[in-house]
Design a protein around this ligand. Structure first.
Ligand SMILES: Cc1ncc(COP(=O)(O)O)c(C=O)c1O
Length: 392
């Protein structure tokens, strides 16, 4: 089928919930190709999904192998890979038990249900979330998302969520009351503009949750799986949560989401309280296990930190040289350049020069290259960003 035929089907049959205009057909490592065989350096990684780059051989091999062995069995049965993957998530985080779903929103829904179930047993139900956060597009995760624009038109909003400013410990302290069950935080806000939590805020939130004996929950859907130079962003802060969601890069593009709770909370969700037909299939878990093997086997956390420093240094230089840029923020290879005005024209110019980058809100350029990106690829991308800044 040619490009025009494909786009004609798209325009007739696919609901237009996304603004998009580019047909990508192939990917390898840090690069993708469009239907006209034009090559692009992909510094979006599917919005922090393909953290190993496109079509990583470990993941491709695992999917191919498992697709011929066993794709799906219901969760009424054990499968070989679910416990192995749960162990990998547990060993790479704070230790505990895992539930598997299929997306970031589903992972957060599970985490919210965990908090409600725990809270109900303690006479509490409210979850305090952060302004400018993003937790997904299902009704409960929308209600937890601190950006009212996403909720407009979908009222009534699911009750039980309140908001405070991110990184405002005093506001959090004031907001916690006898009905509060949990505090939900992205250690690095992604969609909200690539904003890391301050150390004071994250450790202060832990202290407040301990003091009030409530749960601290981290959404690591975007910041997890090595993106910030640690397997999970919160590990850089030395603060441990009572539950964490992950998805996106867990399968490097094969859909899988999960949440983990420490062993001390293993009896909150018991048989019959939560389920998902496609959660933790042998195929999804085999793909995700290959992701852990690749990150560990290829020392990708180290490469992420090293390349992150290199990229940050180059972006800081661009920022110093450009009047309309005022900050570079983020961690590892999750970086944002903050501008004084809308960055959409810069993204369009970069794309025309062969580089894909993202916004994070109207004024922030977000760069999310794969963790195995090379210095040459970073230099090439930074040169294109530099040229594209003329659009500001
Ligand atoms: C921090 C965070 N949480 C949750 C989600 C929702 O994930 P999904 O689109 O897989 O439902 C996203 C997606 O961007 C995210 O960045």
């Amino acid at each position: 089928m040619n490009k025009d035929q494909i786009l004609s089907l798209q325009n007739q049959y696919v609901l237009e919930t996304y603004a998009r205009d580019m047909l990508l057909v192939r990917g390898a490592g840090s690069r993708v190709w469009d239907a006209d065989d034009r090559e692009y350096l992909d510094f979006t990684s599917g919005i922090s999904v393909c953290n190993l780059g496109h079509c990583h051989p470990y993941v491709t091999e695992a999917i191919q192998r498992q697709a011929g062995r066993l794709v799906h069995v219901s969760n009424l049965f054990y499968n070989e890979y679910q416990p192995q993957l749960a162990a990998a998530i547990s060993e790479n985080s704070f230790g505990g038990r895992v539930f598997f779903g299929n997306s970031g929103a589903e992972a957060n829904e599970g985490l919210i249900k965990f908090a409600r179930k725990w809270g109900n047993e303690h006479g509490r139900y409210d979850i305090i979330c952060m302004n400018d956060s993003f937790h997904g597009r299902t009704l409960a995760t929308l209600a937890a998302t601190g950006q009212p624009k996403y909720r407009e038109g979908f009222e009534p909003v699911t009750p039980g969520f309140r908001f405070v400013d991110f990184n405002d410990l005093e506001a959090l302290d004031k907001a916690i009351d006898g009905k509060t069950a949990a505090v939900l935080v992205e250690p690095v806000q992604g969609e909200g503009g690539v904003v890391p939590a301050t150390e004071e805020f994250l450790s202060g939130a832990r202290e407040l949750c301990d003091k009030h004996e409530i749960l601290l929950l981290f959404d690591e859907v975007q910041s997890g799986m090595g993106r910030t130079g640690k397997m999970f962003a919160h590990q850089a802060y030395g603060v441990q949560p009572d539950g964490m969601s992950l998805a996106k890069a867990l399968g490097n593009g094969y859909p899988i989401g999960a949440f983990i709770v420490p062993w001390k909370w293993e009896n909150v969700l018991v048989p019959g309280t939560h389920a998902s037909t496609f959660g933790g299939t042998p195929l999804a878990c085999a793909a995700a296990l290959a992701v852990f093997e690749a990150i560990e086997g290829n020392d990708l956390l180290f490469n992420c930190r090293k390349m992150g420093e290199h990229l940050r240094g180059a972006l800081v230089k661009l920022t110093n040289d450009h009047q309309k840029l005022n900050d570079v923020r983020g961690m590892g290879l999750m970086l944002g350049i903050v501008a004084d005005e809308a960055v959409a024209p810069v993204l369009a110019a970069a794309r025309s020069k062969g580089l894909l980058i993202l916004p994070a809100g109207p004024n922030v350029i977000r760069l999310l290259p794969p963790l195995n990106v090379s210095q040459e690829e970073i230099d090439q991308a930074v040169a294109i960003v530099g040229e594209s800044l003329e659009e500001l």
